[in-house]
Design a protein around this ligand. Structure first.
Ligand SMILES: Cc1ncc(COP(=O)(O)O)c(C=O)c1O
Length: 465
C-alpha cells in the first residue's frame, strides 16, 4: 500500500503521463544494439574516440593523484590541478578570468543566483536552459526578470526600453541589466543574433550598465578552428561580459568553465552556493579534460570540426531534397535564417525534424537502434512536434543516407496508412488518431507571479532539456 506521500507522487506522475509528457524510470530505456550516433550531443565523436581514450589512459596512469579531492574548493578540494586548468582555460579562451564548475548546471545556477544584485534586472531569451531559469528564481533580482521572444531583436529592444522605464536605477546608470542568451539553441538548432544583441546593448543602455551572458553549451568545441566557440568565431570576446563553456557535449566529459571578470570570479567563489557546497572535480576528470584539450588543439581538432560542418551541410542538402515530395505534416525540415553578420561557414549540426507523430517516429527509429527521442505536444506547441537529429564529426555519409532512407520509409508507411483510412472512410485517420493519442488537452505553462513581474515557465521544457 502506498504511503500518503507516494500516493501524491504517483498521482502526479500519472497526470504527467496522461498529458503525454514523457515519464520514465530509465530501467528499460537503454538501447539494445545502437545504430549510428545521430542523436547525442557528442558533436566531435570524442566519447568513442579510441586514440583519445588511449592517450587518456596513458596520461592518467602517470598521475600521482587520480581520485577525488575529498572536499569543496573552499575546504580541502582546491588542488594545483584545478588552478592550473583554470589558468589554461583563461589563456586558451583569452579571458580575464576563469572559474571551474562540476557541471554547466552548477555554473548557471551559481552565476544567476549570486551575481545580479537588488535593483538589477535580467532579460532572457524565452528558450534559455532550465539551469539559467533555476538560478534566476533564486536570484536577488528575481523581482525583475523579463523574458523576450526567442531570438527576436525587436522583442529584445522593446524589453530593454520597458526595463529602462520601469527601473530608474538602470536609466540613471546605477544598476545593471543582464541579457541571458545561448549561442546555439539545442531544440531548434538556431543561433542567437549575437552581433545585433551587442549593438543593441551599446545603443540603448548607459555605458557599463549592460552585461551580456552567453551560454555556449552547444557551440563550445565546434566553432573557431580550435573550438573556442561561437563568441570567438564571431570576434566578440571583448564585447560579451560572461561566457559559459560546458564539457559535457563536444568535450565528451563533465564540468564547465565560466569566463568572467576577476571580481565576478571572486564573488562566485565566496557567494555561489553550487560552487561552495559541492566536492570539486576529481583529479582523473581534470586529467581527462587536459587530455581532451591537448587533443583538439592539434590538427585533429580542426579536422573534426571541419568534418562536422561538412557533414552537417551534406545532411541538410540531402534531407531537404529527400523531403521535397513528403507532406509537411508527416516530415518537414524547417528553414532557418542565419543571423546578420555571421560568417557564411557557420553551420548548425542540430536539425529539428518536424512531424505530427513524433512518438511513432521515435519508436520506429529506436526499434532500429537509434537513440531518437520524441519531442511531442504539449512539450512544444502544436505544429512544432519533432525529433532532433544531431550530426557528429565521425558520422559517415552512408550513415546520414541510411537515416534519411529510414525516415522516408517511415513517411511512406504513414502516407500509406493515411490513404488506406481515407479509402475506408474511417471516422478518423490513423495519423490523426495517432496525433490525438500523442497530444493532451492543454499545454501546461507554470507561471510564477512576483510583484513587478511574471515569469512564465513551461515546466515540461524544463524537464526535457
Ligand atoms: C544550454 C545549456 N546550458 C547548460 C547545460 C547544463 O550543462 P551540464 O550538462 O554540464 O550540466 C545544458 C545541458 O544540457 C545546456 O543545454
Amino acid at each position: 500500500m502506498s504511503t500518503p506521500l507516494e500516493a501524491v507522487l504517483e498521482k502526479a506522475l500519472h497526470e504527467r503521463q496522461r498529458r503525454s509528457i514523457p515519464v520514465t524510470d530509465l530501467l528499460d530505456d537503454v538501447l539494445p544494439s545502437p545504430a549510428a550516433d545521430l542523436f547525442s550531443n557528442d558533436y566531435l565523436s570524442l566519447c568513442t574516440d579510441p586514440r583519445l581514450r588511449q592517450t587518456f589512459l596513458d596520461n592518467v596512469s602517470q598521475e600521482p593523484l587520480v581520485f577525488g579531492t575529498g572536499g569543496s574548493r573552499l575546504m580541502s578540494g582546491n588542488a594545483p590541478a584545478h588552478l592550473e586548468f583554470e589558468h589554461r582555460m583563461k589563456t586558451f579562451f583569452r579571458a580575464p578570468a576563469a572559474l571551474l564548475f562540476n557541471s554547466g548546471y552548477d555554473a548557471n545556477v551559481a552565476f544567476w543566483h549570486s551575481i545580479p544584485q537588488p535593483g538589477d534586472a535580467v532579460i532572457f531569451d524565452e528558450l534559455v536552459h532550465a539551469s539559467t531559469r533555476d538560478g534566476l528564481l533564486a536570484s536577488r533580482a528575481r523581482m525583475a526578470l523579463y523574458p523576450f521572444l526567442h531570438n527576436s531583436i525587436s522583442s529584445l529592444r522593446d524589453t530593454i526600453l520597458h526595463v529602462m522605464r520601469a527601473h530608474h536605477g538602470i536609466s540613471a546608470g546605477r544598476a545593471t541589466v543582464f541579457i541571458a542568451v545561448e549561442s546555439l539553441y539545442s531544440m531548434d538548432g538556431d543561433f542567437a543574433p549575437l552581433p545585433e544583441i551587442v549593438r543593441l546593448v551599446d545603443e540603448l543602455l548607459p555605458v557599463g550598465c549592460g552585461h551580456i551572458v552567453v551560454d555556449e553549451a552547444h557551440s563550445t568545441g565546434i566553432y573557431d578552428s580550435q573550438g573556442r566557440g561561437l563568441v570567438t568565431a564571431l570576434g566578440l570576446e571583448k564585447r560579451i561580459d560572461t561566457v559559459l563553456h560546458t564539457f559535457g557535449k563536444a568535450r565528451a566529459l563533465t564540468g564547465a568553465v565560466l569566463l568572467c571578470s576577476p571580481v565576478v570570479r571572486k564573488y562566485i567563489i565566496n557567494y555561489g552556493r553550487p560552487f561552495i557546497f559541492s566536492t570539486s572535480l576529481s583529479h582523473s576528470t581534470i586529467c581527462a579534460l587536459n587530455t581532451c584539450f591537448d587533443y583538439v588543439e592539434n590538427p585533429t581538432g580542426a579536422e573534426l570540426i571541419t568534418s562536422l560542418h561538412n557533414l552537417s551541410r551534406t545532411f541538410e542538402r540531402k534531407l531537404t531534397a529527400a523531403l521535397r515530395s513528403t507532406p509537411a505534416h508527416i516530415l518537414a525540415l524547417p528553414s532557418r535564417l542565419t543571423p546578420l553578420d555571421f560568417p557564411s561557414d557557420i553551420v548548425s549540426p542540430i536539425f529539428p525534424i518536424l512531424t505530427s507523430a513524433p512518438i511513432s517516429l521515435a519508436k520506429f527509429l529506436r526499434d532500429l537502434g537509434y537513440a531518437a527521442r520524441p519531442v511531442p505536444y504539449p512539450v512544444v506547441p502544436r505544429g512544432q512536434e519533432r525529433i532532433r537529429v544531431v550530426i557528429h564529426a565521425r558520422n559517415t555519409e552512408e550513415e546520414l543516407e541510411e537515416l534519411i532512407a529510414r525516415l522516408l520509409e517511415w513517411s511512406s508507411a504513414m502516407q500509406e496508412a493515411e490513404r488506406g483510412e481515407k479509402e475506408r472512410d474511417a471516422p478518423a485517420a490513423e495519423v490523426a488518431g495517432k496525433r490525438k493519442s500523442e497530444s493532451a488537452k492543454d499545454r501546461i505553462p507554470f507561471t510564477i507571479s512576483l510583484p513587478g513581474t511574471t515569469l512564465r515557465i513551461d515546466l515540461s521544457v524544463l524537464n526535457l532539456r
